[in-house]
Design a protein around this ligand. Sequence first.
Ligand code: CMC
Length: 430
Amino acid sequence: MKPTKVTLTFNNGAEPIELPVMSGNLGTDVIDIRSLGKQGYFTYDPGFMSTSSCNSAITYIDGEEGLLYYRGYPIQQLAETADFLEVAYLLINGELPSLDQKSEFVGTVRRHTMLHDQMSNFFRGFRRDAHPMAVMVGVVGAMSAFYRESSDAFDPLQRDVATFRLLAKVPTIAAWSYKYNIGEPFTYPQNRFNYAENFLHMMFATPCDSYQPNPVLARALDRILILHADHEQNASTSTVRVAGSSGANSFACIAAGIASLWGPLHGGANEATLKMLEQIGDASRIGEFIKRAKDKSDPFRLMGFGHRVYKNMDPRAAIMRKTCHEVLNELGLHDDPLFKLAMELEKIALEDDYFIQKKLYPNVDFYSGIVMRAMGIPNSMFTAIFALARTAGWVAQWTEMMSDPEHKISRPRQLYTGQLRRDLVPIDKR
Ligand code: CMC
């Protein structure tokens, strides 16, 4: 029988404290510690290793079993049969759309894909060599200046409009950050394409040539978007929720999420994986790098391996691995030295005792980086594409939080380790 209460006892004779145990529909039970603060104790949990920060009905992960569900649907079924906008609809609205609902949703997204014309001037303020994620943090944040009439986080109608604007415009912003980077003119969205095709078009079309996206590559990109659309309370999603907990508008909150995603331990891992493969350079050097990854005194880690939650194969990685081979076949790239190196590294790490014992499997970003590289997408855009996929999850999570009656401003406590009270010594006497 599951316990419904736990008792906290103290070894100094203080009164024990009873705490309720809560059960979700799936997953680990949680101890409700909300009353502890009033009883003179805080809990200590850097990195939220054992802390549930909210209740959520959007995504479920079982890291031990390698399961990932969006609104109850296994990720494998969604990646196989749905497209990204259907998945975005599901994440935001809780159910898969009917044909009519889908066509209305897609139509609304399409009507919002262009940016306010003045936003192109905003891009021009950046250095040409700015990293696309730096541009995205700035431009997505600036949407609250360009779309002020959908910036009130407490108005459900404005929240909906902002959600459509974010879903529709973030791909345009991501593609334009690349175009600006390489000095090509901005390509306007084309509503005859689907979401993934349109993004490829905005990335690769130029005014002097016609561009037709390759359907295998567009499908692969759509799958990358589905697999990255949401992932429970990870660092960037928690950032969005913490930023939004104060009532900040969704554009500002998503910009905060993009900033958090940028780090190499989170969304930046796909870019870091490719940089690492380039650094390894040749299969003969894999042993040397595996040795470094195991060495505690060396900060080097094998990028694209390991996950905070998955201690079994990341189910997204298994799907992406398949897509990776489809794309390499389509493009005839199986013999490319870098891809051969990646496959060799995957094999060696999967057989190595250190990685097996620590349950460090290749994660989704190991394969998505390889797929995007094969598609001709530069490394610096990998995390930007992750950001445009995750925008669907961020807006769903932000909206869920804003409608949650239990939602409170996030305000963690701390264990203070600084100086005790002391008196200031005037500067000439220090
Ligand atoms: N290479 C070598 N050793 C590793 C690696 C790695 N990639 N990842 C973890 N370890 C070791 C780590 O040194 C530690 O060893 P020990 O117990 O002896 O101290 C043990 O495995 C557990 O690692 P941890 O850092 O305590 O685990 P974590 O849950 O805090 O970190 C992680 C998870 C993803 C940050 C980490 O595995 C990592 O840095 N991986 C490389 C970066 C990466 O690929 N990140 C993408 C994650 S998937 C995309 C996303 O969801 O954002």
